[in-house]
Design a protein around this ligand. Structure first.
Ligand SMILES: [Zn+2]
Length: 431
C-alpha cells in the first residue's frame, strides 16, 4: 500500500502567519487532522508529530525518514502583502510550492489543487522553487513533496469560505492524494455508507408490503424520510431503511426490545438485553437520529441538521465508512454498530432483494438515449448530475450512450448507460 507522510506546518513556538482568523500553526493542525481521517482505506497515511515543527526539527538535523514514504504533504496557510482580513468580495485562492523540476511533485500538487478548485474555490498558483528546507530534503531523496498553501489567512473571503468547507476540503485533498497514487477513492468490494440512495421509495414500500402484510400505514408513509434525511446528510438512506428492516424484523417488532410508538427503528440505545432503548417524538426524527448515527460511523464531516442522536458522541468518527464494517467482528479496528457476526452482510442481503424489485412507475418511464463521442482524456465521471457530486474517475476516450440529461451548475450532465455516473456534455460531441 502507498504511504504518505502528512506534516502540519509551523508550531513548536512558531505560530506562522497570524490574522483575525487565527494562527497558521493551529489552522494547519486542524486541517491536517481532518485530512488524515479522510484518507481512510487504500492509502497508508502517517501524521508527523503535531506537537513539533518539522522545519525547526530538520534544521537541527532531526528530519523525518522521508525515504520510507511514497509522498510527503505539508499543510500551510498563505499570507500576502495587501491583506484584506474583512474580505473584499474576491478570493485570493489555493496553491502551494513544489521543487523545480520535480514532475511527480507537480502531479501531486495539481491533483490536490484541482480537487479544491472543483469545490468552487479559486486557484492562486503552484510555485516552483528550491529554497524550502523540507522540500529540498524530499527532493534530494527523490520523494514527491507538495506544500499546500490551503487559503490566505489574511483574506476574509478565503477564510469565510474555508471555514464553511473545511471538511469538504479535507476530503478533496485526500482524494487528490488517492488520484496521485492511482488508487480507488473507495474500496470497490465494499459498500460505502456515503452517497446517494439507489433504491426508490416505491421499491422499499413494495418490499415491506411483501414481507410484512400487516405493515401499518404509518410505517409505509414514513419511508420517504429515509431518502430525504439521508440526502441531507450525504448518507445512503436506502441502506438505513434496510438496516431498519433488519433491526425491527421488517417493522413487526417481533422479538425486539423497542416498540413502534418509540419511533426508534434501529435499536438505538438497546445496549443490553431488556433495555427499552431511545424514543423519538416523530418517525421523521427517529429516522434522522439513525441517519446521523450512521454518519458518525461513515465519515468525519459535520452534521447538516442539529444533532438529535443521543449516542452520536460515543462513536469514533469515520471508523466504519462501509456497511460491511458496521459489524464489530468485521471492522478492521474492532469498532462498529453491532456485535453480531455478519451484521453488514445481513443488511446487504435485504438491500439486494429490494434492488431486484421492479415497480410500475420505473418500468413505464420512457428513456430517450443518444450517443456522444468523448475525445479528451480527462473528462470526469461524477456520481450525480452536478459539481457537488464526487468524481469517481475519468471517462476513457470513446463513444458512449447517454440515457438521461439534467442541467445543473452551468452544465448539461449526461448519465452514462453503463451506470458509471454522469459526465458534462459540453466536453463531449453529440453524434
Ligand atoms: Zn506557512
Amino acid at each position: 500500500m502507498k504511504k504518505i507522510l502528512i506534516i502540519a506546518g509551523h508550531g513548536e513556538g512558531d505560530p506562522g502567519a497570524v490574522s483575525k482568523w487565527g494562527q497558521e500553526a493551529d489552522l494547519a493542525r486542524e486541517l491536517t487532522n481532518l485530512i488524515y481521517h479522510s484518507i481512510g482505506a487504500n492509502v497508508n497515511a502517517e501524521l508527523y508529530d503535531t506537537s513539533k515543527d518539522c522545519y525547526q526539527q530538520s534544521k537541527r538535523g532531526n528530519r523525518p525518514r522521508y525515504e520510507k514514504y511514497d509522498a510527503v504533504l505539508e499543510i500551510h496557510f498563505n499570507a500576502k502583502v495587501n491583506k484584506d482580513e474583512w474580505g473584499d468580495g474576491r478570493f485570493t485562492g489555493t496553491g502551494g510550492y513544489i521543487h523545480t523540476g520535480a514532475a511527480q511533485s507537480e502531479q501531486l500538487g495539481e491533483k490536490i489543487v484541482q480537487n479544491i478548485e472543483a469545490l468552487g474555490f479559486k486557484r492562486w498558483q503552484i510555485v516552483k522553487g528550491d529554497n524550502l528546507l523540507n522540500m529540498n530534503n524530499c527532493y534530494s531523496l527523490g520523494v514527491p513533496y507538495f506544500l499546500l498553501e490551503t487559503a490566505f489567512i489574511d483574506d476574509g473571503d478565503d477564510m469565510t469560505w474555508y471555514n464553511a468547507h473545511k471538511s469538504a476540503i479535507s476530503k478533496a485533498v485526500a482524494d487528490g492524494v488517492k488520484d496521485f497514487f492511482g488508487v480507488s477513492k473507495s474500496d470497490p468490494n465494499l459498500t460505502a455508507l456515503e452517497g446517494q440512495a439507489i433504491l426508490s421509495a416505491a421499491q422499499m414500500s413494495a418490499y415491506l408490503k411483501a414481507v410484512n402484510s400487516n405493515a401499518s400505514a404509518s410505517v409505509l408513509k414514513m419511508i420517504p424520510y429515509y431518502l430525504s434525511e439521508g440526502e441531507t446528510e450525504g448518507i445512503r438512506g436506502d441502506l438505513a431503511f434496510c438496516q431498519s428492516c433488519l433491526e425491527t424484523g421488517n417493522f413487526t417488532f417481533e422479538g425486539s426490545a423497542v416498540t413502534l410508538d418509540q419511533n426508534n427503528f434501529c435499536g438505538m440505545g438497546v445496549t443490553s438485553n431488556g433495555m427499552k432503548g431511545n424514543s423519538f417524538s416523530t418517525p421523521q426524527l427517529g429516522i434522522r437520529a439513525q441517519i446521523q448515527h450512521l454518519k458518525a460511523y461513515a465519515n468525519t464531516q459535520d452534521l447538516v441538521n442539529t444533532c438529535i442522536d443521543p449516542r452520536f458522541k460515543y462513536v469514533q468518527r469515520g471508523c466504519a465508512p462501509y456497511v460491511e464494517w458496521l459489524g464489530i467482528q468485521e471492522n478492521p479496528s474492532g469498532r462498529g454498530w453491532a456485535s453480531g457476526a455478519e451484521y453488514g452482510e445481513k443488511i446487504l442481503d435485504i438491500y439486494k432483494k429490494i434492488l431486484l424489485i421492479k415497480t410500475a412507475t420505473e418500468e413505464t418511464q420512457p428513456i430517450k438515449t443518444f450517443l456522444v463521442r468523448v475525445s479528451i482524456p480527462d473528462l470526469r465521471i461524477r456520481t450525480g448530475a452536478g459539481l457537488k457530486y464526487p468524481y469517481v474517475g475519468y471517462c476513457p476516450i470513446g463513444v458512449y450512450t447517454i440515457v438521461d440529461t439534467v442541467t445543473a451548475d452551468g452544465y448539461t450532465w449526461g448519465e452514462l448507460k453503463s451506470g458509471a455516473g454522469w459526465i458534462a456534455l459540453e466536453y463531449a460531441e453529440k453524434i
